[in-house]
Design a protein around this ligand. Structure first.
Ligand code: ASP
Length: 457
C-alpha cells in the first residue's frame, strides 16, 4: 500500500522512501534524467539514469529512492518539495500512458470545455482541479462536523420522487411497472425534509443533490447541483440565520478564508433593490477581490407573491414558506396579496445568491391558502400536496430551514468563473454529461417496455 504522500518527502531527508505517482515532466539530459513525479499531494523532483529513459509523460511508476537535501543554490522555491530531490534506486513502471489527448500540467483554462469534460478523469489530474476537489471534500467535512456538533442528523431522502415546485422544470423518469406514469427527480428535498420535522427528527441535514431542468447558462451547472439542505424544528427566522452564519464563519476560519463583515449585514429586499438594483449584490472592494475576501449578506422581507403574466399570483421563492406573522391574517383572508411579506431569507455572497430558506407554513390552512392564492383548484391541491396538508394535521412542529449551495460557495472561495470547476463530473454547458455521452437514445425494445413512443419533431 502507498503510505507516503509526495508532499511529505521533505520530512524524510536521508531516508529511503517508496513513491507512487505519475510522471508529470521528464527532462532527459543524456546521462541523467530528471523527472517530476506527481501524486494528489504535489510533485517532487526525481533524478535517475538509464532506467528512466523509457518513461513517458503520465506513466504510473513506483520509485524506491533516497531523499536528498538539495544544495542551497539548487533549491526550487516554486514548489513545496523544492528543498529536496529523490535519487532513484529502483524504478517500476506500473502502467504505461498513451500520449495525452489534452495537457494536464497547465491550468486548463485554455482548453476547449468539451474536450476537458470528455476527458474529465484526466482533467482532474491538473493540480488546479485536484486542489478544488480536495477543498470540496474538506469543506463538506467541516460543515458536517459543525452540524453533528450542534445535534443535527444526516438523513437521506428519495431521488425517485414526486414533483416539488422550486420554480424550474422537473427531470422525469418513466415507470416500467406503471406504464404512462413518471417519477420526478427532486428539485430539492423540500417536502421530505419538512416531513422529517413532522416525524420528530428536529434537526436534519443532507448533502443533497438537486435536479432542475433549467435553460443552460454559462455560469451555471446544468441539470444537477449539490446543496447543504437543512431543516430545524422550534426555530424562528433569526435562529436559522444565526446558526448558518455561525457555521460559515467557523468553517471559513478553519479554511483561512477571510470574511468581509461579521455579523453579516442584513438588507431589506426593498432597500437592496433601491441600493443595488437587485437582490444579489457584491459588497467587495477591488482590494477585497484581490485578497479573496468573501462578502456575505442576508436579504429578508421579500414579497411572498408576484403577479404572473396572465394576471394571477405565483410565489417569489417558496410556496412552503410562512408569511411574516403580521401578514398571516391577510394571507388567510387573501387580502392585500401583493403586500404580504414572506419569512424567506436569502444568503448572498460576492454578488451571487448562495442559499435561501424560510420558516414554513406548518399550519395546513396557511399552506392550503398559498396554493389557493396561486389559483390551484381544490382537487389539484389535494392531488399534489394533500400528503403535506394531511401530515401537518397530525401535530407539525413550527419549523424552518435553508439550503446553502455547496457548488456556488466553493466557486466563490476559489475565485473560479464557473461552477463546473468545483464539481467532480459536471455537465457541459450544453447539457452533456462528463466522459459518458448522456443524454443518449434508448433501444426500441426498452422504450416499448416503458410504453413510450418518441416523437423528435
Ligand atoms: N428548498 C429550498 C431551495 O432548494 C431551500 C429551502 O427553503 O430550504 O432553494
Amino acid at each position: 500500500m502507498k503510505t507516503l504522500a509526495i508532499a511529505d518527502v521533505v520530512h524524510k531527508i536521508g531516508q529511503e522512501v517508496e513513491l507512487y505517482g505519475w510522471v508529470n515532466i521528464k527532462r532527459d539530459h543524456k546521462k541523467i534524467v530528471f523527472l517530476d513525479i506527481r501524486d494528489r499531494s504535489g510533485i517532487v523532483q526525481v533524478v535517475g539514469g538509464e532506467e528512466c529513459k523509457a518513461l513517458s509523460i503520465e506513466d504510473v511508476v513506483k520509485i524506491k529512492g533516497l531523499v536528498k537535501k538539495r544544495p542551497d543554490k539548487l533549491v526550487n522555491d516554486k514548489i513545496p518539495t523544492g528543498s529536496v530531490e529523490i535519487e532513484v534506486k529502483e524504478l517500476t513502471i506500473l502502467s504505461k500512458a498513451q500520449p495525452m489527448p489534452l495537457p494536464v500540467t497547465t491550468d486548463g483554462y485554455e482548453i476547449d470545455e468539451e474536450i476537458r469534460m470528455k476527458y474529465r478523469y484526466l482533467d482532474i489530474r491538473r493540480p488546479r482541479i485536484t486542489k478544488n476537489l480536495v477543498l470540496r471534500s474538506k469543506f463538506i467535512q467541516l460543515l458536517r462536523e459543525y452540524l453533528f456538533e450542534k445535534g443535527f442528523l444526516e438523513v437521506e431522502t428519495p431521488i425517485l420522487s414526486e414533483t416539488t415546485p422550486e420554480g424550474a422544470r422537473d427531470f422525469v423518469v418513466p415507470s416500467r411497472l406503471q406504464k404512462g406514469k413518471f417519477y420526478a427527480l427532486p428539485q430539492s428535498p423540500q417536502q421530505y425534509k419538512q416531513l422529517l420535522m413532522v416525524a420528530g427528527l428536529e434537526k436534519y441535514f443532507q448533502i443533497a443533490r438537486c435536479f432542475r431542468d433549467e435553460d443552460p447558462r454559462a455560469d451555471r451547472a446544468y441539470g444537477e447541483f449539490t446543496q447543504l439542505d437543512m431543516e430545524m424544528s422550534f426555530v424562528e427566522r433569526e435562529d436559522v440565520m444565526r446558526l448558518v452564519e455561525d457555521m460559515i464563519i467557523g468553517v471559513y476560519q478553519k479554511l483561512n478564508v477571510p470574511i468581509k463583515q461579521k455579523p453579516f449585514p442584513v438588507y431589506n429586499y426593498q432597500d437592496a433593490i433601491k441600493q443595488f438594483g437587485a437582490d444579489k449584490f457584491d459588497l467587495r472592494s477591488d482590494e477585497d477581490k484581490k485578497n479573496n475576501v468573501q462578502a456575505f449578506a442576508w436579504v429578508i422581507n421579500f414579497p411572498f407573491f408576484e403577479k404572473t403574466e396572465t394576471g394571477g399570483w405565483t410565489f417569489t421563492h417558496n410556496p412552503f414558506s410562512a408569511p411574516l406573522p403580521e401578514f398571516k391574517q391577510d394571507l388567510l383572508d387573501k387580502k392585500n396579496i401583493g403586500s404580504i411579506l414572506t419569512s424567506q431569507y436569502d444568503l448572498v455572497c460576492n454578488g451571487y445568491e448562495v442559499g435561501g430558506g424560510s420558516i414554513r407554513g406548518h399550519e395546513p390552512a396557511v399552506l392550503k391558502t398559498v396554493f389557493e392564492i396561486m389559483g390551484y383548484a381544490e382537487k389539484d391541491i389535494q392531488h399534489q400536496f394533500g400528503h403535506m396538508l394531511e401530515a401537518f394535521s397530525y401535530g407539525a412542529p413550527p419549523h424552518g430551514g435553508i439550503a446553502p449551495g455547496i457548488d456556488r460557495l466553493l466557486t466563490c472561495i476559489t475565485g473560479e468563473k464557473t461552477l463546473r470547476e468545483v464539481i467532480p463530473f459536471p455537465m457541459t454547458s450544453g447539457g452533456k454529461t462528463s466522459v459518458m455521452s448522456a443524454p443518449s437514445t434508448v433501444p426500441d425494445d426498452k422504450l416499448q417496455e416503458l410504453g413510450i413512443k418518441v416523437n423528435t419533431d
